[in-house]
Ligand binder design. Structure first.
Ligand code: M6R
Length: 380
């Protein structure tokens, strides 16, 4: 018999983190836990005026300069989190970055080489397609990093390096705090790469300050959710909704639409706002809801113009923004604090999570256990 040596791993989760406490549902509890979860993700990794500390990694400038491409691979919400870091990796680090769905990556014979760096994101660390994608990247000689919330999960056992989000247990099927903590950890990773490479010093320093401000800014959004709740009551009667944004806002549109369909069973689609006129605008008719997200000053006026096109066709609009809206009238505007467009989904997603939650409650659905879905998809 072969003896296997294992190093014990400590998990700091306590019983209360697996109970609903004062909340009706785990999803609502987990939405409200996001400031705390993100403080845990940041931990001692980021401090103003100091280099990011990621003890788990030992990358050198020479190694990062030799990376031909970064692949970020995941499923569902974790993939949406992956989309957010491309702007840092390509914009600051100048490393070409591809984000892929694990179930596609594993079957498309990707051009992964031994100079590729592959990052796999999975809250549970047990998603079958993500594990298979990781094994494939390893078999092609790539270096692999796992990002997970669960200590000792399968992807962390397989990967060369593991980074934990430390968000605490996520029990509701609809992912909330795992998503925002993944975005924060990915941004920290991107900053680490930029610092090792010695690039974009000023921008990176500013981004660290912005990261440290995130928990307080989420608390501000959570203080008053009445406008979101009111809009949700009307929207709960609908059968279709569209989510649009540009750049990083289009990735949060994808996440908002997924949250809505997952727990409210309302058909929802997300589009890069510029794509609307290439087909989907045909579906816009009187009374349909269009959710618009605008956090990037360079792209806001473009999205506003797309929103004007849907308003002309009778759409109802729900806007999440921190931008000047140039006197255009929308049905509801949820204002979030100013934040760098490199990480803005950590704030802009909060009203979208709450919108989906309140609609699901209004419809009397089981928020935490939506039909046909499992928390962890361990089969293909
Ligand atoms: O555990 P994982 O992060 O690998 O799960 C991936 C997806 O199954 C998951 O994010 C799913 O999309 C969520 N239910 C969405 O809320």
């Amino acid at each position: 018999m072969k003896k296997i040596e294992k190093t014990p791993k400590n998990i700091t989760w306590d019983m209360s983190s697996a109970e609903k406490g004062e909340y009706d549902d785990f999803m609502l509890k987990e939405i409200y836990e996001q400031p705390k979860a993100i403080r845990e993700t940041i931990g001692a990794r980021v401090a103003k005026g100091q280099k990011v500390v990621l003890d788990e990694l030992d990358f050198t400038k020479e190694y990062l300069q030799s990376v031909d491409r970064i692949y970020i691979v995941a499923c569902g919400t974790a993939m949406h989190a992956g989309l957010t870091v491309r702007k840092i990796l390509e914009g600051f680090c100048k490393i070409q970055t591809e984000i892929d769905i694990a179930s596609e990556f594993r079957y498309r014979d990707p051009l992964v080489t031994k100079n590729s760096l592959c990052i796999f994101i999975s809250q549970s660390g047990e998603t079958a397609d993500t594990i298979a994608a990781l094994k494939l990247a390893k078999s092609k000689g790539a270096k692999t990093i796992a990002i997970s919330n669960v200590i000792g999960s399968s992807i962390t056992n397989e990967a060369d390096y593991s980074l934990y989000t430390h968000a605490g247990p996520e029990i509701a099927v609809a992912s909330t705090k795992a998503y925002t903590s993944q975005i924060v950890l990915l941004a920290i990773l991107g900053i680490y790469f930029a610092e090792v490479l010695g690039v974009a010093e000023k921008e990176v320093e500013k981004l660290k300050e912005e990261l440290l401000s995130v928990p307080t800014k989420i608390e501000e959004i959570l203080k008053d959710t009445s406008k979101i709740k009111k809009f949700a009551l009307n929207m709960s009667k609908e059968t279709n909704a569209f989510y649009i944004g540009r750049g990083i806002d289009s990735s949060v549109a994808m996440e908002g639409a997924l949250k809505l369909k997952e727990i409210s069973y309302i058909h929802s689609e997300s589009y890069s706002a510029g794509e609307l006129k290439h087909g989907a605008i045909a579906l816009i008719e009187n009374g349909v809801t269009v959710v618009g997200i605008m956090t990037d000053p360079d792209l806001t006026h473009k999205t506003i113009s797309n929103l004007q096109e849907v308003i002309t066709r009778g759409a109802k609009t729900f806007i999440v923004t921190n931008q000047d809206l140039e006197n255009v009238t929308f049905d509801e505007v949820i204002r979030i604090a100013p934040i760098s467009p490199y990480i803005s989904p950590v704030l802009s997603v909060i009203p979208l999570q709450l919108l989906a939650y309140y609609i699901s409650k209004e419809k009397g659905l089981d928020v935490d256990k939506p039909r046909n879905l499992a928390k962890s998809v361990t089969v293909e």
